[in-house]
Write a protein that binds this ligand. Structure first.
Ligand code: CP3
Length: 341
């Protein structure tokens, strides 16, 4: 079975030879070859130059042996399609100089199709696809409307995103208008990625853990459901979040094919909460990768054991690779996951 087959079969909950594995944030950060490339270009140049983005996307497939390549891009890139300028500050993250904080700010947003706003992302997908063949699945992605709204309203990274949540609670009309725009943007962006050759997609709702179940139900979930209703018929769709132990039942019923969970619940317990109708991605603690190999191996084996007997497990970390991780340990994890069954 090729890596691509293995990944796509698991995403559809079909039997596989061995468990497929990839790592979130595998395309950047911890690989010396990425650091060398990054030393020559700033991040946005890498992400918006198709040849360079394709090179970074392929590095972990070649060096770690993973079953999926995740497109080298960022959740902020599609903001180019709604005319919102942003920067990515090294070591800080996304910064938006003119945040959206009122109905009037929201009115100014206009949506252009992905082919016009982010043609470089689609071209990078075509280049990667041509190089990759069937060795690994190519995973496209987008930030979910809630997580994008957090940055758009707050204007910068934050622990609690209080301004964004205050707007959600205090000005529902502006909130829903913004979520509508971001949902339309996201559906178009993911569709265009699939049309360009992405085999599957992941929706990153990284800051969802800031919400309670009732707010999630009314302010966010209707938009998430709409995205999966449009996208899942076209390609397998993965929902990603962290810190969402209180929301797993709702996430499981959002219409995604696979739910990516962090390490806060054992994999089988989380799977029980999201339900049998979906696959599971996860869920090694990224910090465990910094521990000695024996501890890493025990953690990885425990996860594999908890998934035994159920189709639809994709092995991953619970969140992104930490920059100080040793790539040799990541390769060993891939070998272990591919040997165990
Ligand atoms: O494997 C990969 O790295 C694939 C590409 C990828 C990037 N960002 C590249 C990137 C992916 C999938 C993302 C998603 C992303 N971006 C998310 C969702 C995933 C998550 O971790 O929750 C979020 C919240 C962002 C926003 C963002 N962009 C952050 C928080 C940062 C990190 C800031 C930092 O330096 O710590 C970025 C910048 C960024 N995106 C980098 C990379 C490789 C680092 C930029 C650099 O090289 O200077």
């Amino acid at each position: 079975m090729t890596g691509r087959d293995r990944f796509l079969r698991a995403a559809r909950r079909e039997p596989v030879d061995v468990t497929p594995v990839w790592f979130m944030r595998q395309a950047g950060r911890c690989l010396p070859s990425y650091r060398a490339l990054r030393a020559r270009h700033d991040f946005l140049t890498l992400a918006t130059t198709p040849e360079l983005a394709a090179e970074a996307t392929l590095m972990p497939v070649e060096q770690l042996g993973v079953d999926a390549a995740v497109l080298f891009a960022d959740i902020m890139l599609p903001l180019a399609s709604i005319g919102v300028p942003f920067e990515i500050r090294p070591g800080v993250g996304p910064v938006i100089p003119s945040p959206i904080r009122s109905a009037a700010d929201g009115e100014r947003l206009r949506i252009r199709p992905a082919e016009e706003g982010t043609p470089f992302v689609l071209e990078a997908i075509r280049l990667v696809k041509a190089e990759l063949g069937d060795r690994a699945a190519l995973l496209g992605f987008a930030g979910a409307p809630f997580t994008l709204a957090c940055y758009l309203i707050e204007g910068k990274p934050s622990r609690e995103f209080p301004r964004a949540k205050a707007l959600m609670y205090g000005d529902p009309a502006t909130w829903h208008r913004l979520m509508e725009t971001l949902t339309t943007l996201t559906i178009d962006y993911l569709r265009a990625q699939i049309a360009a050759g992405a085999d599957a997609v992941q929706l990153f709702d990284s800051w969802l853990g800031l919400l309670d179940p009732a707010s999630y139900e009314t302010a966010v979930l209707p938009y998430t459901r709409r995205i999966f209703a449009e996208i899942s018929p076209l390609a397998p769709a993965i929902h990603f979040s962290t810190g969402t132990v209180a929301l797993l039942e709702q996430i499981g019923a959002s219409g995604c094919d696979v739910v990516s969970v962090d390490w806060r619940l054992p994999l089988d317990v989380a799977w029980g909460r999201v339900g049998d109708g979906v696959g599971m991605q996860g869920n090694l603690d990224p910090s465990l990768v910094l521990a000695p190999w024996e501890a890493i191996a025990a953690g990885a084996r425990d996860i594999l054991q908890r998934a035994t007997g159920r189709a639809g497990h994709i092995f991953n970390l619970g969140h992104g690779i930490l920059p100080e991780s040793d790539p040799a340990m990541l390769s060993r994890i891939v070998s272990l996951v591919h040997q165990e069954l």
